[in-house]
Every structure is written in C-alpha cells, then in structure tokens.
Design a protein. Structure first.
Lengths: 97, 1004
C-alpha cells in the first residue's frame, strides 16, 4: 500500500485515496468541433508507460482535494507531488503529449 | 519414564513439568519448551502425515516454519479447529489434541495410498490433461473426488469463539528476525533513540543461537544465552522499542507497509480473558531491516521423502534445543562442511553415524576428526535410495562415479535417520515481496539481495553472511547506515568476541544423478505438493521450461509452504536440465503472505455488527414497530413492505399499491442523496453537468435532471430545485449519492476550478417523506403553515418553504408514483416526529404507508426508470426515449458530443419498451433474455433483456419494462421471453408507460 504525500494533509495510506488516471488531459473547449476520431482519442486513449507517469489522485477519505503526482510505474516510487493546473517538476514534452 | 528418544539432559525444556497431549488418539508426554514436533520425535513418532497427491507416508522434515510435510490439525475446546498447522511451530500445551490429515481410514492404513502405485497416471500437468471432458463430469465427478482425495485439513464447522485484533503502528525501524544480526541492529537503533519494532517468529529471541548455535558458538567465552539475556533486557527496557515474539512478518508491501501476525494465545488451549487469539499488526516503517536468516535446502534423491528423512540442521536443533536424538543409526548426506559438526554432535550424543559427502576432496582435517570419533565417512559418494515401509530402515549408497551406471547394485546400510543438507539459502522472501531484486551467486548456489526500490535492507545470514561474526559486523554496518539515513548519530555498540567454526565450504548439488532403471523411484523436490524430479523433467520436455510455466504446470512451490525448502532446488535443477543458468531462468514471484494467515486474523473485528455500518432512515423505529420487512439498499436498511397480519408479500404490495392510487400513501425517501449547490456560478456549473438548462429554471421551480458521463451514457438522475439565484438543491439516487458528489467535485476541482461554486452533501441533514395519491393535498393541508397548497399557487414541479407540523420544512411538489405528490423535507432530527404526524393526519383519508417494493411497482407502471435497473452504463437518454430532457441551445455539456455520434442513433440500439405477457398472470424474470424465435436452440441471438417486471393490482395484470434492440419500431410485435425453467413465453411489445400516459393525475 503506497504512502501518498497529500499536499494538504501530509503522508497518508493509499486506502484514503482514489486514483484518477493520467493527468493533464484537458477537456476540449468546444468538443463539437472535434471529429469522432479526435473525440474518441480524448475520451478513451491513455498512455500506459513503463516508468514515469503523471497521474491524478483524490484524497477522498481526507481533505477531498484533487492533486497530481508523478510516479514510477515500475518501482512505484512517488517522484513528485504538485497542484492541479501546474506542470510536474519532472515533466518532459513527450510525457505530457 | 522418559520417552524413548529424549536425552537425559540438555535442551531448553522444563523437565520438572510434564505436558500430556494426544496425536491421533494416542497419549504422549512432553515438556514446556517443546513443539508438537519435538515431543512427537521424543516419543519416536515418525509417521505424522500423508502427502497431498500420492498419500505417501511422511514425517517431520524440518524444525521450523519452513516445514513442508508435518501439517496437523488441532482441536480445542469450544469448536476451535485449526487445520494445516506446522507441528514444528506449534508449541506444546497440556491437553493438546492433534490429528493427522489427508488419510482414510487411518494414518498407517491409508486407502488412497493406491495413488502412489498409480503414479504413472499422475504426471506433471495431470489436472490439466485429465479432467477436461465431458464438461458435466467436472462438477459432478472430478471435483468432488479430487477434493476428497487431495486434501489438507478440514475447515471448522462451528463459529470461531475467539477475538482477533487489528493494530496499527508506526516506527522508524522494523526489524524482522531476532537472531544474531537482527539483535545487533536493534541495539544500534535503540541506542540511537529510534522507535523500533522487532518481530520474531519464534517464542524467544536468538534464532540459530537458540539451537545448533548454542553448541557451536561462544560469545565472550560464554554460551550465547548470556548475551541473549542482556540484549533482551536492554530491548525490553527501552521505552521506544517494542519486542514482539511469536510474531511473523508475513507481508512486505509498498513503501514499507508491513503486516505482522502475532500469535497471542496459540500456545494456550484458549485465550485468557481479555486477550485476543491473534493480533494483526499493520505497520508503516520508515526503514525495514530483514534479518531473516537462512533456510536449509535438501538434495533430491529417490525416496527422499520417507519418514526418518530430515534436514541436517533440523536434527541439530532437535538435539540441542529439545534434547531429542531423532535416530540411533544415522546417515548424514550433504555437500558442505557444516554437516561434519552435526555428525560429531550426534556421535557424542550416542548415535552411530555414517557421513556421505558428495564432494571429491573435503578438508582432510574434518574427515580425520570424524573417523577418530568412530564415524564412517564416505567422500565422493551419494545416497541413491531409501528403504522401509512406514519409516526409514535402510539407506542405499554408491559412489558418485557409479551413480549413473545402469548396472551394479548400491550398497545398503541399515539406518533409522537420514539427514540431508544441500546448503543454506538466504531467506529473501520478504525482500522479494518488497520488490527487491535477487542476485545469483554461483559459487554457493544462492540468491543474495540486490537493489530495493525503497528503504528495505538485509543483514546477516539473509545477506549471505556465513558466520555469526560476519553477521554481527554486517548488522552493525547496515544499522549505522539506517541511523544516518534517519538523521541520527550512530551510537557505539561493542560486539562480543565470537568463537565459532569458520565458513563452510560447499559444492552445490541439486540432485543425485540417476540411471534409467532406477528412475521409477520418486525423488522429491517439493514435498508438500508431491513434485518430483521426473515431473520437472517431463514439464521441460513438454515445453514448460520457463520458470513461471514450470511452477504452474508442476505446481512446484505452490503449497502452503511456498516451496521454502524446495524452490531453489527446483530452480537449480531446471537450469541444469535445460543447460542454462539460474540467472537466465529467473525466479518466480514471492507473494504475501509469507506464512498462511488465518481468516480470523485477516477479518479481525470486522464481523457481525461491525462488518459494515448500517444507515437507518428517520422512520425506522416506527417501521419496526409496525412489523415492516426490511431490505438492505447499499448501507441503508429500508422498509420493503408493511404486511398486515396474515398477509403474504404479494398481498401486502397489492394492497399498498392499490391504496396509493385510490387514496394516498406515504414513504420514507430520506435515503435519496441530496447536494446543496451554491455560488454565483451554480447555474453555469449545473448546465455543464446535466442535460437540462438550469439557467432558465425560475426560483421556486423544480426540474427532473439527467446526468451523463462524457461518453453519453446515463450516470444518474434526480430532481433539482432552484431555491435562489445562486442556490440549488439537487437530489440523487440512493445508491448514487456518493458517486454523484464525487463527480461534481472532480469536475469543479480539476476542470473548472475558476467557477465559484460550493458543494455540500446534505443527505443526512434532511428527512424526506414522499406523500402521494389523490388525497395527498387533503392529508397535508391541516399540518402546513405558510404555503398555499392549491394547484394554481403550488403547481407540479415546484418548491415552497414553510412549516409542517410546526417544523421548518421544504415542500417539493414532485412525484415518483405518477399521482399528485408532495415530498416533505424537514431537518432530520425532527424526521421521526413529523413522520408520525403525517401518519396520524392520513388516517381519516385512508393513507397507507408503503415500502420500496410498492415504490418500484408504481414507478414502473408510470414508466419511470431506475438507475442501475433500466440503465447499466451502456444506455443513453436516446435509448431511454428521454431526448426531451436534452436542452437545446444551451451549448456544450457532459455527454453532448458523444450523443452527436451517428452510432447513437442506430435504429437497432437497445431501446426502452414495455412488455405485456400474453398470459396476464405470468410474471417475467428480471434479467431474462428476449428472443424472436422461441424454438431456436441456444446459443440463440438475443434482442435484449427484461429490466423490471411486476404483477400490477392497478392494471389487473402483469407487465414489464425491457431494453430491446430496435424496440420502439417493434411496438405491437410479439416477441418471446426466456425462463429458467420451461419454454419461452410470448409477450407483446408496448410503449413503456402503462398508467395515466397523459399525466392528468400528476397535475391534479
Ligand atoms: Zn489530503
């Protein structure tokens, strides 16, 4: 069970959280202008990297705040925690698409 | 009189006290300090079990938790039954009752031992190959008989009377294992002021120093006991240290989350008052140190499973710790120097000893010393077989050079104990669980710890240290690293001077090479799962050579012992057979738990009333007094129906449903989710979430709202009311309350954080009572202050604030029955009071109180959907015929883009329709499939399924709702609905609204 450093509450056990999947997926401002393939890409397609992954987490049984963290999916080490709306300190172009 | 094999002195047993116990009904005696295994051996009981598959006689193979064979069942007072316990780890207590397992009728005469003769029929992959066809036979024949034959113990039949605790703890350092290395590390950490937990599986600290080591090692010139006592005193006195014996670290999880099982009272007949039977510790440690020592491994040779064959180190433990000489005529077979000291000890204790060393040239000093003591020593020799029926009687020897010859008979010597040692594997199961990498060392044929992803370290024997002195030094070094990592200064911890034999030289040997003619005899690699060398070879020939395949195909290492003794042997052998190396082959995953953990400990206090919280609506106590029948709805307990004396469920529901439509009814709807939405951007926020247009909703009006996921499928529904410019009250389904609030919060925080909106769950703040039926207004009128109830002043789908029965209330004019309806919301604390006033007020008008069954029936008559019943995550509002709820011209909202896909308008999508069975008394099964052709044999194409089905007293017949492919274009058609028993029945497809399609009653 991961020990997740909630930016608002400090380190807490994983059971208090819910993972919201890949971070930095912005809902298109005007979805009506997208064709079906582009919309499907937004809706369904996610990266599944072996290694560094930026993801959304929700401290549901705690402060109920969403935040982002960067995790190594192989070792499960948590490499960074940062607020919604900002870039990971470890962000590279290709892993933020 | 002392039992046959107990030595007159020595050991850590209390000879002044005698403990009586029984095994398979026979009475024996032992002493405090004994395990069940040591007491059985002292009484010369060698046969203790039958093996899993072949039912071969088995004895005691080890002296520790790695035991693969000696699994027994304990019966205690009060229906307590524990199957599959290791006799080697069960402490003896007075009155202990143990039974052998997996035999019938008795251990000595086991009918299923026939399996052994039929062994050619049980090769590797046997289960996969044999029991495939016919399909019906699996359930009827194969599974029951396999379960009977290949069993472990029996599950208890009585409820467990004991209590199991869960405890949470945090520490700077958790030390697993209190042997030489673990203790030194603990001392360093304690003196550095760290918070330390030391967990030791055994009853006392010391590890190897308690048994064999006590004879072999001197610390500062004394027996190790003295040093152990000093360490124990210091650790126990340290305020920040917790020393837990009888405690196994069974799981190392992510980020140093560590699970411990403390056997608080397993060594007693029953737990003392106030104490649990076991305690499960959930520890989060900043640092973990694994000082788990080593596990001795066997060598595979034919007949290596006979009772009387034992690990050499185990015999040394029985000798030194329990004062038990397990045999008089001993053959010791091994491949390293360590067995010489054991041979010497056994000789001194009075046994005749023949030592068989597989190596060409062991150190002459060792050989000469043993010969001087009168022992026989055979070098470059191997054991190629054993003899005896239920216990060992002979050992077959030959030279290594001749072992593979097809001719020539081996030498047969008499023996009652055959000790085997193939070396010592660092016990790295916990390290691997923590995702540490294992690195192969070819010289000793062992895995050593490599890198770990978080602060988990290994010291001592588990880190490959061959001696106590090396383990001390290693632990000191590692503990200092830990102290520095945690920002402290390493303290000085002087180590005792160690006198001990040097490191043992070893030449790895996995199995004895065997000539073809003797290959019928079984050489076991995994004693618990009955996996032989031949099984592994066959699996490799059949292409299952990859280690993960080999494990599953042969089941090697898959028993309750997880192959603690045999796995490395299997690995070495598989590499050898395939002409590859162990590192190339890799190793299988080590999984939690390290040892079997009883369900009682896992469940802990979470049983009975503490299993799950129960939520009760305000009318619950009243409903209980009325004799209501309840049903669980999520965590809620809701009244299902209110039977009168002598009424069946069907009769009660028919009465309730008829009365609501003819007079009026009252139901507690407080379980509905309620969300208070406020802020200047509340309307904009809701517009983005719902299909509806909330900006155009006037203050004081309500709207039925539909939530979609962004893929266009229905997520939830409910009613929203506008209480102010910036204030809305939204309801959700009972089951969707938490999910919908989560959905709101997620979008607000992550996608639209700039919207000024505040969300509050008010589900438990408001009691909500649904009053509906033609008389509803008359029932309510005398109780209401400050609200004009007339249809003109208070039309359908509006909200007013006032007082009901003197209590501040919100009145919603909404309905889930299709009748004139009011939903009365009052602060939950007044709920029970207002409920009773409503019931009283309704009495003169013939009011009926109804439950969830009637609610479902009435809403279905009206064609109202229930989320999760008419929807399943693949149903869109178009499918439901609810396109009228999709606001035009308000712009984008969640799901809108997806609804625009051409696919969503395909005419053959499943659409909501009604079904009327041709037989008006036939109640269709919910979930039943709908087909066009009743004669088609399965698998027949299905058009959809029944989502809701009822017998309606108001319609005077049965009806159903269903999702049917192209359903709306099939209205008027005849289709068929399958049944569990009997042929499909004919139904007519109809529109999904059966009651008051014009809605006149609703607007009354
Ligand atoms: Zn938090």
């Amino acid at each position: 069970m991961l020990l997740i450093p909630c930016p608002f509450c400090g380190p807490r056990a994983e059971i208090e959280f819910r993972c919201g999947g890949e971070a930095h997926i912005v809902r298109p401002a005007d979805p009506a202008t997208l064709d079906d393939a582009q919309w499907a890409d937004h809706l369904y397609f996610r990266r599944n990297p072996k290694g560094v992954h930026h993801e959304r987490w929700w401290h549901v049984h705690g402060c109920r705040r969403w935040f982002h963290l960067t995790r190594d999916t192989v070792s499960d080490r948590i490499l960074a925690v940062y607020p919604v709306g900002s870039r990971s300190p470890l962000a590279s172009r290709e892993d933020e698409r | 009189m002392s039992p046959a094999r107990r030595l007159p002195q020595g050991g850590r047993i209390d000879r002044r006290r005698r403990l009586r116990f029984t095994f398979d009904g026979r009475s024996f005696e032992g002493h405090p300090g004994d395990t069940l295994a040591s007491a059985l051996l002292a009484n010369d009981v060698l046969l203790v079990a039958r093996s899993f598959k072949y039912h071969r006689p088995r004895g005691i193979f080890s002296a520790g938790q790695e035991e693969p064979s000696a699994l027994v069942q304990l019966e205690r007072p009060g229906g307590r039954r524990d199957p599959n316990l290791r006799a080697t780890r069960q402490e003896l207590f007075d009155g202990l009752i143990a039974y052998s397992q997996n035999r019938w009728p008795t251990l000595r005469v086991d009918v299923a031992a026939l399996n052994d003769r039929l062994a050619p029929l049980f090769p590797a992959g046997f289960y996969y190959k044999t029991f495939m066809w016919p399909r019906w036979a699996w359930k009827a024949l194969y599974e029951p008989s396999i379960r009977r034959m290949a069993g472990l113990g029996q599950a208890p039949t009585e409820p467990d009377p004991d209590r199991y605790e869960h405890r949470f703890a945090h520490c700077d350092l958790l030390v697993a294992g209190a042997g030489a290395a673990g203790l030194v590390a603990a001392l360093v950490a304690v003196r550095a002021g760290l918070r330390v937990i030391v967990a030791e599986d055994d009853v006392a600290i010391g590890g190897w120093l308690l048994g064999e080591g006590s004879a072999r090692v001197r610390l500062d010139g004394e027996r190790p006991d003295l040093w152990l006592a000093q360490v124990r005193a210091e650790l126990e006195a340290a305020p920040k240290c917790r020393l837990l014996c009888r405690t196994t670290v069974f799981g190392c999880y992510d980020h140093n989350f560590v699970a411990l099982l403390e056997r608080v009272a397993d060594h007693l007949p029953e737990p003392p008052a106030g104490l649990p039977r076991q305690r499960l510790w959930k520890v989060r440690a900043r640092q973990v140190l694994l000082a788990t020592g080593t596990l001795e491994r066997p060598i595979a040779f034919p007949g290596n499973d006979r009772p009387g064959v034992m690990l050499a180190g185990a015999a040394a433990t029985y000798l030194h710790r329990f004062a038990v000489l397990a045999g008089q005529e001993v053959v010791l077979f091994g491949n390293h120097d360590g067995i010489y000291a054991i041979a010497r000890d056994l000789r001194w204790a009075g046994a005749r000893v023949t030592l068989v060393d597989s190596r060409q040239r062991p150190a002459p000093r060792l050989v000469d010393e043993l010969r001087d003591l009168g022992c026989e020593v055979r070098t470059a020799s191997v054991v190629v077989g054993t003899g005896g029926r239920l216990r060992l009687q002979q050992v077959h020897l030959t030279t290594r050079a001749r072992a593979q010859e097809t001719t020539g008979l081996p030498e047969v010597i008499p023996a009652d104990l055959l000790l085997v040692s193939g070396g010592h594997n660092p016990d790295l199961a916990l390290f691997a669980q923590a995702r540490g990498r294992l690195v192969w060392e070819e010289a000793r044929g062992i895995f050593l710890p490599g890198e770990a992803p978080w602060p988990v370290r290994v010291a001592g024997g588990a880190n490959g240290c061959p001696t106590v002195a090396a383990a001390f030094a290693d632990a000191l070094r590692v503990a200092r690293e830990i102290v520095i990592d945690l920002g402290r200064t390493p303290p000085s911890v002087p180590l005792p001077l160690v006198e001990e034999p040097g490191a043992a030289a070893i030449e790895p040997l996995w199995r004895v090479p065997m000539p073809k003619p003797r290959q019928r005899a079984k050489a076991f690699v995994d004693l618990q799962d009955d996996v032989t060398v031949k099984d592994l070879e066959l699996a490799i020939r059949e292409g299952y050579g990859a280690i993960e395949h080999l494990k599953r195909y042969t089941t090697t290492g898959m028993g309750t012992d997880q192959g603690k003794t045999g796995n490395v042997v299997a690995l070495g052998l598989a590499a050898e057979t395939q002409g590859t190396s162990v590192p190339e082959l890799g190793y299988t995953t080590f999984r939690q738990p390290y040892l079997p953990v009883p369900f009682g400990a896992v469940v802990g206090p979470h049983r009975g009333r503490l299993f799950d919280p129960v939520r009760l609506p305000p009318s619950h106590a009243w409903a209980e007094r009325q004799g209501a029948v309840f049903e669980p709805v999520g965590q809620w307990r809701r009244a299902r129906y209110f039977p009168r004396t002598g009424e069946t469920m069907e009769q009660a529901i028919a009465r309730e449903a008829r009365t609501v439509r003819q007079a009026c009814g009252l139901m507690d709807a407080s379980t509905l989710g309620k969300i208070d939405v406020r802020g200047p951007d509340a309307a904009e926020f809701l517009n983005r979430l719902y299909t509806n247009d909330w900006k155009r909703l006037a203050i004081g009006r309500c709207r039925y709202g539909l939530l979609l996921r962004d893929d266009g499928m229905v997520l939830d529904d409910g009613v929203g009311a506008r209480l102010g410019d910036h204030h809305f009250h939204l309801t959700t389904t009972t089951g969707g309350a938490a999910r919908v609030l989560a959905w709101f919060e997620e979008w607000l925080q992550t996608e639209w954080p700039h919207l000024r909106v505040y969300l509050t769950s008010v589900t438990e703040q408001w009691a909500a009572f649904a009053l509906s039926g033609p008389q509803a207004r008359e029932v309510l009128r005398p109780l209401v202050e400050g609200v004009d109830l007339s249809p003109q002043a208070f039309p359908h789908m509006s909200v007013r604030e006032g007082r009901v029965a003197g209590v501040p209330a919100r009145l919603f004019r909404i309905s889930f029955t299709g009748e004139l309806g009011f939903e009365i919301n009052v602060p939950a604390g007044y709920g029970a009071y207002v409920w009773e006033r409503l019931v009283e007020a309704g009495e003169p008008h013939g009011l009926v109180v109804y439950g969830t069954e009637t609610m479902h029936l009435l809403r279905a008559e009206k064609g109202y959907i229930v989320i999760g019943q008419e929807t399943d995550g693949t149903v869109s509002p178009i499918d439901l015929g609810m396109e009228w709820l999709i606001a035009r011209g308000k712009g984008d909202f969640l799901g809108s883009r997806s609804l625009a896909r051409p696919e969503m308008r395909r005419p053959d999508r499943k659409q909501l329709v009604g079904l009327l069975p041709r037989d008006p008394a036939m109640v269709l099964d919910e979930g039943a499939q709908i087909v066009e052709d009743p004669t088609a044999s399965p698998p027949a194409p299905t058009l959809g399924h029944v989502t809701s089905s009822y017998a309606s007293p108001n319609l005077g017949r049965t009806f159903a709702l269903a999702l049917v492919a192209g359903g709306r274009s099939r209205i008027g058609q005849q289709l068929y609905v399958t049944r569990l028993e009997g042929p499909p029945v004919a139904v007519e497809v109809t529109a999904p609204v059966f009651w008051d399609p014009e809605g006149k009653r609703l607007h009354a």
